[in-house]
Design a protein around this ligand. Structure first.
Ligand SMILES: Cc1cc2nc3c(=O)[nH]c(=O)nc-3n(C[C@H](O)[C@H](O)[C@H](O)COP(=O)(O)O)c2cc1C
Length: 262
C-alpha cells in the first residue's frame, strides 16, 4: 500500500511508477483524510510506502499529520504471529530535502515501525511563491524527469527485495532549513489570501478541480481560496490563461505541472 500526496503531479508520477513496479495500490492522502479513513490492513508481506513532495525541507504537514493518525495492521503471517511491515518513503524535491529523513524516521518509530528505506528524487521545481524562487528551464525540467526515471528504475527492484537503504539529498544547512525555516514557512507562507485572479479569468473551474485540498470555491464564478491551503501551487500552474497570481511574486514566472505540453 502506498500513501501519497502530490500537488503538481511530480510525486504522483513517482507514486504511480512505484505502484506499477510493485503491483501495489495507491491511497491519496487528502482524500483519505477528508473521508476520515485512517484504518488499513496490509496483506502478508505487503510493503508500506509513503510518497510526497518536499515543501520547505520537510514533508508537507498534511502528510505528517496523516502518518501520526493512520493505523496500519499487518495480516498475521502463517503460524508465526504479526510481522512488522517493510516501511519506506520516496520524496520528490526541486533540489534537496534537509533533515526530512530524520523527522520521518522519528514519526515512523513513534508508531512502533522501523523505516527500512528512503530515497529522494529531484523533479522540476514548482515553488515560485516568493521573490528569488523560479522554475527550471524546460530543458532542465526534462533532464530532471529523465534522471528521476533512472533513479526509480534502480530503486524499485530494491523495494521489491525489501532492501535497507537511504539515498536522500540533504543539501547544506539541513538543521536550519528543516527545524527553523520549515515551521516558519508552515506558519507564515501558506497564506492563501494572496492568491487572486486578473479580469481575464473565464471561471472555467480548473483551479477548483486540481486543488488537492478542495480549498477553492467559486460562489460567484471567480475562484475564492478558503484558508486551507497547502501552498502546492497547483491552482496557479494549471490555470489555462495564467490568470492566477500569488501576490506579485509569481508574475512572469511561467507555469509547470507534470505532463504540461510545450
Ligand atoms: C511550497 C513548496 C515548497 C517547496 N520546498 C522545497 C524545498 O524545500 N526543497 C526542494 O528541493 N524543493 C522544494 N519544492 C519543490 C518541490 O519539492 C518539487 O517541485 C516537487 O517535486 C513537487 O511535487 P508535487 O508536484 O508532487 O507537488 C517546494 C515546492 C513547493 C510547492
Amino acid at each position: 500500500m502506498i500513501f501519497y500526496f502530490s500537488g503538481c503531479g511530480n510525486s504522483k508520477h513517482v507514486a504511480e511508477t512505484i505502484a506499477a513496479g510493485l503491483n501495489d495500490t495507491l491511497v491519496f492522502i487528502p482524500e483519505a483524510a477528508r473521508g476520515n479513513q485512517y484504518d488499513y490492513t496490509l496483506a502478508e508481506g505487503e510493503r508500506l510506502g509513503f510518497v510526497f513532495p518536499i515543501y520547505s525541507w520537510a514533508a508537507p504537514k498534511l502528510v505528517m499529520d496523516f502518518v501520526e493518525k493512520v493505523s496500519v495492521k499487518v495480516a498475521p503471517s502463517t503460524g508465526s504471529g504479526t510481522l512488522a511491515p517493510y516501511v519506506y518513503f520516496a520524496c520528490t524535491c526541486g533540489d534537496n530535502c534537509g533533515h526530512t529523513e530524520k523527522v520521518f524516521r522519528k514519526a515512523v518509530e513513534a508508531k512502533g515501525w522501523q523505516l527500512s528505506a528512503c530515497f529522494s528524487v529531484q523533479m522540476p521545481e514548482t515553488y515560485i511563491g516568493m521573490a528569488g524562487f523560479k522554475l527550471d528551464t524546460k530543458e532542465n525540467a526534462q533532464l530532471k524527469i529523465d534522471r528521476a526515471d533512472d533513479i526509480l528504475m534502480r530503486n524499485i527492484p530494491r523495494l521489491i527485495d525489501k532492501e535497507c537503504f537511504s539515498e536522500i539529498v540533504k543539501g547544506s544547512l539541513p538543521w536550519l532549513k528543516t527545524y527553523l525555516v520549515n515551521p516558519g514557512f508552515n506558519r507564515f507562507a501558506t497564506d492563501d489570501s494572496k492568491y487572486h485572479v486578473d479580469d481575464k479569468c473565464t471561471s472555467c473551474g480548473r483551479c477548483q478541480d486540481v486543488c488537492p485540498m478542495e480549498n477553492i470555491k467559486m460562489p460567484q464564478g471567480e475562484p475564492v481560496w478558503m484558508g486551507n491551503c497547502i501552498m502546492c501551487m497547483a491552482c496557479y500552474h494549471h490555470c489555462r490563461g495564467n490568470h492566477i497570481q500569488y501576490g506579485k511574486a509569481t508574475i512572469g514566472k511561467g507555469q509547470y505541472y507534470f505532463g504540461i505540453k510545450g
